[in-house]
Design a protein around this ligand. Structure first.
Ligand SMILES: [Zn+2]
Length: 311
């Protein structure tokens, strides 16, 4: 599909596909989505509520959810200023800005803007939030080019306009094992490549009511429609990078895990439970292990499928 596609045509196709395919649509139409990345992003945004506003809330200690209904952004506050992790879609910037203000904080106090990986649904609002805050953009070295090209150098989606976002310059480069320190917060960067070449898992510790919580924001495990891992790999070494990512993630032992997509870690459910239980509702080490094991299973199945198809 080209960007010449009219709005009317897109609506007609969306309605057609929604009618034909059962829910969950996105997981049941991989082959067609692989051939049609522009449509893939349109459907995902619509069906996973990426561009709908959501109410901000405190999760634990100085960690707040400030994202949209489908895309998580996190504000981590400190006495020396704040850190913002992920900025959603290009339309998310104003929503994140007003969520931060609704919590009583000032976007101007953000010092660092971090991301899990540089796809349009997690760094789409970077340029907007940088203009609002003047914060430094922090990025993994291997992800710098993708961020600064506005998505145009993506190994899978570079040619597809629906994946492009406003390019933004990196101010601060991190490498595997580096950390970002602000006030009493130290966020560690673990390179978890595969989904993109510089996908990054951030982890850190926070205190809440005299108890410490280990927080992990896992990234890099998802295999998008059209990715090739083993046979004619999408980029050299992608399979090995995913393998290292799963090893690295399985060594982390979070009390609380926070994903870039709200549906990945049942945020709505946890948020509802937290109204009665407080922080306890978010403590979910078993859910983390289950998620990583499930993602590893999907990865192994995808590799096996490629190898069987070759024979
Ligand atoms: Zn992505």
């Amino acid at each position: 599909m080209t960007n010449a596609l009219t709005r009317h045509n897109i609506c007609t196709i969306l309605l057609g596909i929604a009618y034909i395919l059962p829910i969950p649509l996105l997981s049941q139409s991989r082959d067609s989505l692989a051939n049609n990345p522009n449509l893939f992003i349109q459907l995902a945004a619509q069906q996973l509520h990426w561009e709908e506003p959501a109410r901000p809330t405190r999760i634990v200690g100085p960690v707040y959810f400030v994202g949209t209904r489908g895309l998580a952004s996190y504000l981590i506050t400190s006495f020396a200023g704040h850190i913002l992790l992920n900025t959603g879609m290009p339309s998310s910037g104003p929503m994140i800005d007003s969520n931060i203000r609704a919590l009583g904080f000032h976007p101007e106090d953000i010092r660092y803007i971090l991301s899990g990986h540089a796809h349009i649904d997690h760094v789409g609002g970077h340029a907007y939030m940088k203009r609002v805050s003047g914060a430094d953009i922090v990025i993994m070295e291997a992800e710098k080019e993708l961020l600064e090209s506005g998505g145009k150098t993506d190994f899978q989606y570079g040619a597809y306009p629906a994946f492009h976002f406003e390019a933004v310059k990196a101010d601060h480069i991190v490498r595997d094992g580096d950390s970002i320190q602000l006030g009493d917060i130290t966020m560690h960067a673990l390179l978890t490549a595969g989904h993109t070449m510089g996908s990054t898992t951030w982890y850190f510790d926070v205190e809440d009511s005299a108890r410490m919580y280990h927080i992990v924001c896992p990234d890099g495990t998802t295999i998008n429609p059209g990715y090739h891992l083993s046979v004619n790999p999408s980029y050299p070494g992608i399979q090995q990078e995913y393998e290292q990512t799963f090893e690295g993630l399985s060594e982390l032992k979070p009390d609380i895990w926070l994903s870039p997509h709200t549906d990945f870690f049942q945020f709505d459910q946890k948020r509802r439970a937290a109204e009665k239980e407080g922080v306890k509702a978010y403590v979910d080490p078993a859910g983390y292990r289950k998620r990583i094991a499930g993602e590893l299973q999907k990865f192994k199945a995808a590799v096996l499928r490629e190898q069987q198809q070759r024979q």
